[in-house]
Design a protein around this ligand. Structure first.
Ligand SMILES: Cc1cc2nc3c(=O)[nH]c(=O)nc-3n(C[C@H](O)[C@H](O)[C@H](O)COP(=O)(O)O)c2cc1C
Ligand SMILES: CC(C)CC(=O)C(=O)O
Length: 357
């Protein structure tokens, strides 16, 4: 199954309102389109006769040892809307494929159950926990403890969501509440946090880098920052103890007037200058997209929607198919570019469409 076929199957299977929730973006969906279009503007300029065996696509990521490929499952909310097996299926699939899974505050399965499911598929899976800085620090702290106790190996703080995104399709469809029986399970029993509606996951009351730094000090886990676009913020993240920076515009679901995530990557990589890994997500749909992002300096890329489509179409097997396809395509592209390791992809090996070196 190609990623495209899984997407088509998901569209046929899902309630159209739930399909729109995942497929859609903010505003006029300009950024949503731009994320994928950015990859079409870059082409690979292979090197040759460098030998291409044995190949090693593994990537060293914070709190993950070596991942099988430089690909992680980006945090996406409410997997049970896609398939009754929900995050359990995603977790088993990611662990079986050796990919980092980022689960999060908005999961419809509690984090301890997600980690337990991952452990059914692999002895030492890497599950990271994504959270927002909650207006009440005790809630943030309770979430962090919950993730630590569950066995998560890193935290991801999303910083692009000072307010909830205006998702045009959801507004049109009147999709504001989860269906009965579904809830953001990690918010259960937390002080002042009734789980339920899409919009009641409080994201902020103007948190600052100081709040981020305090969170990073209260845990021994590596803490990554997700949602960085400006190089100055990447530098601040490093200064405040971040163990990684994720360049992301939230899949075009927050501000609809920002650049494509890929276009923000090189300046962030330069600003960070090897002090911490730089990851990115948004618009990755094929193995050659991974190669382009790595050549521009990313250590790994996240995939959001493709995983949801695999889950909706085929449950655990569908998610495995997405991750295995991306890994195989990437490995093939790496070989065709004359590379044996991820680090063999360098910035001189990408050109803008219509240009050569
Ligand atoms: C349905 C959906 C739910 C999402 N939920 C979250 C979330 O809870 N936390 C978060 O940090 N990012 C969330 N994101 C953003 C993703 O982590 C990621 O940045 C984005 O999906 C990457 O783009 P892609 O879908 O083009 O791969 C969500 C994205 C989608 C599509
Ligand atoms: C419930 C939200 C926190 C999920 C989200 O980030 C999104 O839908 O983009």
């Amino acid at each position: 199954m190609t990623l495209r076929a899984l997407h088509d199957a998901a569209r046929r299977t899902l309630d159209p309102v739930h399909y729109d929730y995942v497929a859609g973006g903010a505003g006029e969906e300009r950024v949503l389109s731009a994320n994928e279009a950015a990859f079409d503007r870059y082409l690979l300029l292979p090197r040759t006769l460098r030998g291409n065996e044995p190949r090693d696509t593994t990537a060293r990521l914070p709190g993950a040892g070596r991942a099988a490929a430089p690909v992680f499952v980006a945090p996406t909310a409410f997997h049970r809307l896609m398939h009754p097996d929900g995050e359990d299926a995603t977790a088993r699939a990611a662990a079986a494929e050796g990919a980092v899974l980022v689960t999060g505050t908005a999961a419809t399965t509690a984090v301890d159950a997600v980690v337990a499911a991952a452990r059914e598929a692999a002895p030492d899976p890497a599950v990271w926990f994504q959270l927002y800085l909650h207006p009440r620090p005790e809630v943030t702290e309770a979430l962090v403890r919950r993730a630590e106790q569950a066995g998560c190996t890193a935290l991801v703080v999303t910083v692009d969501s000072a307010v909830f995104g205006r998702h045009t399709r959801d507004l049109r469809n009147g999709f504001t509440d989860l269906p009965p029986g579904h809830a953001a399970e990690n918010m259960r029993d937390l002080p002042g946090a009734p789980p339920g509606t899409l919009t009641d996951i409080p994201m902020s009351a103007a948190p600052t880098w100081r709040d981020f730094g305090e969170l990073a000090r209260t845990t021994t886990l590596p803490v990554l920052v997700k949602g960085i676009l400006h190089p100055a913020d990447a530098r601040l993240a490093v200064e405040h103890g971040a163990s990684g920076v994720i360049v992301s515009n939230h899949g075009g679901r927050q501000c609809d007037a920002v650049p494509a995530a890929l276009d923000c990557l090189p300046a962030v990589v330069d600003a960070v200058a090897d002090r911490t890994p730089v990851l990115m997500d948004g618009g990755v749909r094929r193995g050659s997209d991974i190669a382009v992002a790595l050549a521009l300096g990313a250590t790994a890329v996240g995939v959001g929607r493709p995983v949801m489509w695999g889950l909706a179409a085929e449950g655990e097997a569908g998610v495995r198919a997405v991750l295995a396809t991306l890994r195989d395509e990437y490995d093939h592209t790496l070989a065709l570019c004359g590379g044996r390791r991820n680090a063999d992809l360098t910035r001189d090996m990408v050109v803008r469409r219509g240009e050569t070196r």
